[in-house]
Design a protein around this ligand. Structure first.
Ligand code: SAM
Length: 193
């Protein structure tokens, strides 16, 4: 029920790349209030929002965000990281997976990457666009990405106008250190957007 600073930065990245979004299949995981997914839908992407199937109130928040933004075409599904559910199996191939502030609990990292890996099997060209908040210097994704045959590139915030204290009139990111990553299947050719 809170828009995290990472969501504002990821929304800014989507806005910066809005020209590439129409018609793209975009899935947001751990969506919560769903700001990035809503921006993607407003820019013409075919969006599915998801949050944990065990947290129905979070799924209700996703639905309310769609209603408030007049986006009845956006699907909302329960996807718990690391679970191969009927809803995950039923998803069509995705072009972009959005993940804002989902890498905060190291014990969840492998579950998140398992879900991403599953979607990479459906479309090896799918990209994970993710923002995370630097809360600890102790953890790293590198070893897990290697294990799951993925590679990642850090995108400098200044390259998409997100290095300011205020982004789109939101002061949220200014007080936090947020990083932007694009993760792809290691065997796919490099193309970050
Ligand atoms: C820090 S919040 C970020 C919310 C939103 N993406 C944002 O940036 O504003 C983390 C989100 O992950 C969801 N989440 C937590 N554990 C999950 C799990 N195991 N599977 C799927 N979603 C989960 C929470 O319900 C919550 O919406």
């Amino acid at each position: 029920m809170y828009v995290w600073p990472c969501a504002v930065v990821l929304a800014q990245y989507l806005w910066f790349h809005r020209g590439s979004l129409p018609g793209k299949a975009v899935l947001e995981i751990g969506a919560g209030v769903s700001l990035p997914g809503i921006v993607a839908a407003k820019c013409g992407a075919e969006v599915t929002l998801s949050d944990s199937s065990e947290l129905p109130h979070c799924l209700e928040i996703c639905r309310q965000s769609c209603q408030m933004n007049h986006l009845p075409q956006v699907h909302v599904v329960g996807l718990t990281w690391g679970h191969v559910s009927r809803d995950l199996l039923a998803l069509p191939p995705q072009d972009i997976i959005l993940a804002s502030d989902v890498f905060f609990e190291p014990e969840d990292f492998e579950d998140i990457l398992t879900t991403v890996y599953f979607l990479m099997q459906k479309n090896p060209k799918v990209k994970l666009w993710s923002t995370y908040q630097v809360r600890s210097a102790d953890w790293s994704l590198e070893a897990l990405l290697y294990k799951w045959d993925m590679k990642c590139v850090h995108i400098p915030l200044e390259s998409f106008g997100a290095d300011k204290d205020d982004i789109a009139e939101s002061a949220l990111p200014g007080r936090h250190t947020v990083e932007m990553l694009v993760v792809s299947f290691a065997k796919d050719n490099l193309n970050y957007t």
